[in-house]
Design a protein around this ligand. Sequence first.
Ligand code: HEM
Ligand code: HEM
Length: 457
Amino acid sequence: MSEEAIDNVAAGNPTAKAFTLTSALWFAGATTFGMIAAGYLIAPDFLANVEYIHFGRVRPMHVNAVLFGFVTPGLLAAAFYYFPKLLRTEIYSHKLGVFSAIFWNITVAAGLIGIAMGHTQGREYAELPWPVDIMVVISFSMVVFNILMTVRQRKESILFVSIWYTTAAVVLTSVTYCLGNVIWKPDTGALVGIPDAILLWFYGHNIFGLLLTPMALGIAYYALPIATRSPLYSHTLSLLGFWSLIIVYTHIGTHHLLQVPVPTWLKTISIVDSVAMVIPVMIVLINLWYTVKGKLGEIHADIGAKFIFTGTIFYFFVNIQGSMMALPHVQRITHFNNWVVGHAHIGVLGFAGVTALGGLYFILPRITGKPLYSRFLADVQYWLVLIGITGFAVVLTTVGLIQGNAWYNGETLYRTLPEIQPYYILRASLGTFIMIGAYLGLYNVVRSLYFNRGAST
Ligand code: HEM
Ligand code: HEM
């Protein structure tokens, strides 16, 4: 490949485009499901309890749509853009890439229809019915194959840390997904008793820690130095951050089971390593924040970088909060209530989702060769999502404290319900901000990809 061709790799990248569209579509779908779920929490007879979308079904539809429809494909879109750039070679097969994106969409749709029809394996983050589990594994295998083959045919011998993070994420997840969903038992998709809970949460936390987190960090490491035109502060720190994440994050899943009779040694490991998570997180944040130090103007100028930098701030908060929540004394108050739901939104939306959105906006002008259809709309979306998620964090944390303290003091559950009703109304109102932001984003992405005659704003 000529030097010029190497510089142009990733322009017009159909795989990145396909995953970009996938992510924007499911962001809109997922927030709609979230709003319906929030409606049921305010008024249990909301929408006359239509069987296909009553709370018990629409909740897992929302969660699976955000995880597998919005965030993961968004992070993959950026990866399929920066892999060719960093490795100085084309993606191994764009035909396979586009096919994997189409198959990915069919998989997510099949899973959601399955759940809506009442087919679920009833284990959190592993609800998808067995045939859909197999489709997920096929989708991941196609992505892994494409990524590994691209790495194999690279012209650049040095592997930048973004490549490490994303390759590890997709390879590890294709294994942990099979384990966590117990795919060798098609009838139940589960083991029996406590070992099942341990295995489920090993998988569950790895979805956040070994899929979303490393892929989001891969984007931050790629985009922030480019947007600020600054060299990375430290390559040594970047590798230390990578390996400490792999070592520490892999076995903290049991912090979800501190109030369950699992072996004490397992709980102890999970607590110690949850606190130790401060190490990989702070290494990454020191490295990224020192890289962009004094360059906030440049970050502000690039809407992609603005989202991504905001994601790093939420990463800081989710880590400080998460390490605290793993302490048994704290968890006596925070477990089994909306505090955890708040943490989940700070992590999956505030950190990983906001970073995925940043990735989309960062690559869109670069893969289309034109400016974004509307920078103004993207800015509006930024503020809607930022206000929504910050509001979620405050409201859900407050509700969690009310619920947790009431329970701790032996209060009967139904007496707390009138007290938390106004907060649920607030949460749904804030949710509309995020949902409107998602639809604006979808419009902007579709216009930027397909109907963009040039700059509008
Ligand atoms: C970085 C350090 C982190 C630590 C130490 C941590 C710790 C925890 C703990 C202890 C819980 C269980 C709380 C309980 O059930 O009482 C939890 C739940 C959760 N965490 Fe984190 N967390 C961290 C980061 C993240 C990140 C980055 C994400 C998302 C990308 C995330 C997503 C979630 C979700 C979705 C749940 C809810 C699981 C459920 O449905 O019960 N966490 N976390
Ligand atoms: C319109 C905006 C949204 C609304 C109204 C909303 C609402 C909800 C509701 C009602 C639940 C169920 C909580 C419960 O069982 O008590 C939930 C769970 C969840 N949502 Fe959202 N959500 C929204 C956006 C998002 C986004 C964009 C993401 C991620 C990118 C996300 C990630 C999650 C996760 C991971 C859970 C599981 C929480 C847990 O089990 O701890 N949500 N959401």
